[in-house]
Ligand binder design. Structure first.
Ligand code: OOG
Ligand code: NI
Length: 294
């Protein structure tokens, strides 16, 4: 079940984000990995609209049903976002990061605009889903939810919250998947080295707060590409380039209490887990025009 849902998400994501295949191809060419399946997916992320019948409380039900465990909360007052992360039922599955727009904190105008779309969803749509039917869940995650937005509404929202504009068009499309770098061969298994490789290959990295985002404890290092642009078709067949999704990279250092373990005995549970608000705050900007316009 979970395998099927995750592979459906990855398939759509790879079609929408050319950087995914290009990065995996570059890694194979460089001899970092032998085949695409060698990539370890640290986590995937979704964005949601925080209205009562949707948001985190709705989307999380799918993954809780598949055995994920809800973990810590993160808050982003400036960006008007909240988030949680979810630990997988087994270590070979990715963690999940779900964020939500604090709709009630936006201007009355933006709230009204968002609700004109989200009110089309009368009750929590996940409650009406058979979560044991993987193809139903797959279609739901890639379905419309609300009417196709107009370009005008998209632009109005973007002026106040680029996150809101992203969600009104992209909905539950995967926002990113994350390549774990710490288990890669020496020379590529740290964020500074992996970033250098990516830039050598011509990929553009998000530089908000610096290309490398480091948690205060020093254990979680992250970087991300700038989102690939997609040609969005809005209502009345108007087309406009907008930010699609991006790729993230994570290095989780071995926790101090396991520093004595030989490298070949280090498992996921020995490394820094979870997320970091300060890192995430900058990673969100991978889809913001300040980054995509560079
Ligand atoms: C999520 C940004 C945060 C992380 O790993 O901290 C994040 C987003 O852009 O929706 O992915
Ligand atoms: Ni992430």
């Amino acid at each position: 079940m979970l395998e099927q849902v995750l592979s459906g998400l990855m398939q759509r994501y790879m079609e929408r984000v050319p950087d995914v295949k290009a990065i995996i191809q570059a890694m194979i060419q460089e001899g970092i990995i032998a085949k695409p399946e060698d990539v370890e997916n640290d986590h995937i992320a979704f964005r949601t609209m925080g209205v009562p019948q949707l948001g985190i409380q709705s989307l999380e039900k799918i993954f809780l049903h598949y055995g994920y465990t809800k973990k810590s909360a993160y808050h982003f007052p400036e960006k008007k976002l909240d988030a949680f992360w979810y630990a997988p039922p087994a270590p070979h599955f990715p963690r999940i990061f779900i964020s939500e727009l604090r709709v009630q904190d936006l201007s009355p105008k933006a709230q009204e605009l968002i609700r004109s779309y989200t009110n089309e969803v009368k009750s929590d749509p996940v409650d009406a889903l058979n979560l044991d039917d993987a193809s139903a869940v797959d279609s739901f995650l890639h379905s419309g939810l609300w009417r196709l937005p107009t370009l005008e509404d998209y632009k109005l929202l973007a002026a106040e919250s680029e996150y809101a504009a992203w969600v009104i068009y992209n909905r539950y499309y995967l926002n990113h998947f994350t390549i774990s770098v710490h288990n890669l061969p020496p020379g590529y298994n740290t964020i500074p080295e992996f970033n250098a490789f990516l830039e050598r290959k011509g990929f553009t990295l998000n530089n908000a707060g610096g290309k490398m985002k480091v948690s205060p404890d020093g254990g979680l290092l992250q970087s991300a590409t700038v989102a690939n642009m997609i040609t969005a078709t809005f209502a009345n067949n108007e087309t406009h380039p907008i930010a699609g999704s991006y790729v993230e990279f994570a290095e989780r250092k071995v926790l101090p209490q396991f520093a004595h373990l030989p490298t070949d005995q280090v498992k996921r549970e020995h490394r820094r887990d979870g997320f970091e608000a300060g890192n995430a705050d900058k990673i969100f900007e991978s889809t913001y025009s300040s980054q995509t316009g560079r």
